[in-house]
Design a protein around this ligand. Structure first.
Ligand code: TYM
Length: 338
């Protein structure tokens, strides 16, 4: 059968504009999205509703949401082939989020590792939104009847909870939601901090984090300072348990060059970490150079960005409305007369 929009499987993912995009977001998520547009019907959004679960500076949040959209496009997401939108522009997300809260258990939400981590980091602001964050994420996914959710490893637990919520709802009311599957890349699914290779790369640890918009000098400096392992072996070998720093650099190098771990080991045989670290830095600089330059060009074109997110919200809103109408009917709400 021909792969038309009606028969194509649906992909959906989002990133919080709570910080600028970093190498983890890129290798674990966005980089892999561009190639999916031919085969799938793809929706990607800036998860601004999710980002306010942690206090944000309003002007910065607005700037980063638009900068993120520019970076999506610069990473190869063609707005004519992908639906790109801002989550808060499609109010059905918040509405279905509320409904799904009523079908998500307190115990389930309490077990989410991201919730526990965020509570530890934001002890002075453990708000209700932080707790019910996964129900909103389930709404994001289920509104579009997504088949696959391309994410890094850290979002797998949320995707599994989404499956449980969808199945629970379907069991009560009959088939309403497609039960989605996470779509996790083989390499790059978990990029670790350059200075603390046992924690994931995250914007809250700026020294260990490479941002897509960092200058080449900044990227080179960060890789030069990357922590390798304190073994005396000084040998580039993939052994994540023993040598997490080297394994992380190998994953990054493999993701940006497409080389396998064996090829990387052979390339650096007898050369040691002193040669390996700057080589990874150089490869990342070259991979990100076109993305940074194109993102800067697009960011300056506010009218174009507005046209993209307007068109995206219209397309997304159409699909979201259809699902929400069905859900309202199923749960027993009186049909809206206008
Ligand atoms: P967020 O904004 O934390 O991260 C966005 C994407 O980047 C991936 N990622 C990583 N991958 C590899 N290594 C890392 N160090 C790393 N850090 C982040 C994440 O797995 C994710 O794919 N809850 C989501 C946003 C969201 C969403 C959704 C995603 C909201 N609604 C619906 C999918 C579907 C989040 O906080 O991602």
């Amino acid at each position: 059968m021909e792969n038309t929009a009606a028969t194509k499987k649906v992909m959906l993912s989002g990133i919080q504009p709570s910080g600028d995009l970093h190498l983890g977001n890129y290798l674990g998520a966005v980089k892999n999205w561009a190639a999916l547009a031919e085969e799938f019907d793809c929706y990607y959004f800036m998860a601004d509703l999710h980002s306010i679960t942690v206090r944000q500076n309003p002007a910065e949040l607005r700037r980063r949401s638009l900068a993120q959209l520019a970076q999506y496009i610069a990473c190869g997401l063609d707005p004519e082939k992908n639906t790109l939108f801002i989550q808060s522009h499609v109010h059905e997300h918040a509405e279905l989020g509320w409904i799904l809260n009523c079908y998500t258990m307190f115990g389930e939400l309490s077990r989410m590792t991201q919730f526990k981590d965020k509570c530890a980091k934001n002890a002075d602001n453990i708000n209700g939104g932080l707790f019910t964050y996964p129900s909103l994420m389930a709404a994001d996914i289920l509104l579009y009847q997504a088949d696959y959710v391309p994410v890094g490893e850290d979002q797998k637990q949320h995707c599994e909870l989404t499956r449980d919520i969808a199945t629970r709802f379907n069991n009560i009311y009959g088939e309403t939601f497609k039960v989605p599957e996470p779509y996790i890349p083989k390499v790059g699914a978990r990029i670790m901090s350059l200075v603390n290779p046992t924690s994931k790369m995250s914007k809250s640890d700026p020294h260990g984090c490479v941002f897509l918009l960092d200058s080449p000098e900044e990227i080179a400096r960060k890789f030069k300072r990357a922590v390798t392992d304190s073994d005396t072996e000084n040998c580039v070998r993939y052994a994540p348990a023993e040598k997490p720093g080297v394994a992380n650099l190998m994953s990054i190098y493999s993701s940006v060059t497409g080389k396998s771990f064996e090829e990387i080991e052979a390339e650096f045989q007898g050369k040691g970490y002193g040669a390996f670290k700057p080589a990874v830095g150089e490869a990342v600089i070259e991979a990100l150079r076109p993305v940074r330059e194109e993102a800067q060009r697009i960011m300056a074109d506010k009218a174009y960005l507005q046209q993209v997110y307007t068109q995206g919200a219209q397309k997304a809103g159409y699909v979201a409305r259809k699902t929400l109408r069905k859900v309202y009917k199923r749960v027993g709400f009186v049909e809206k007369p206008f």
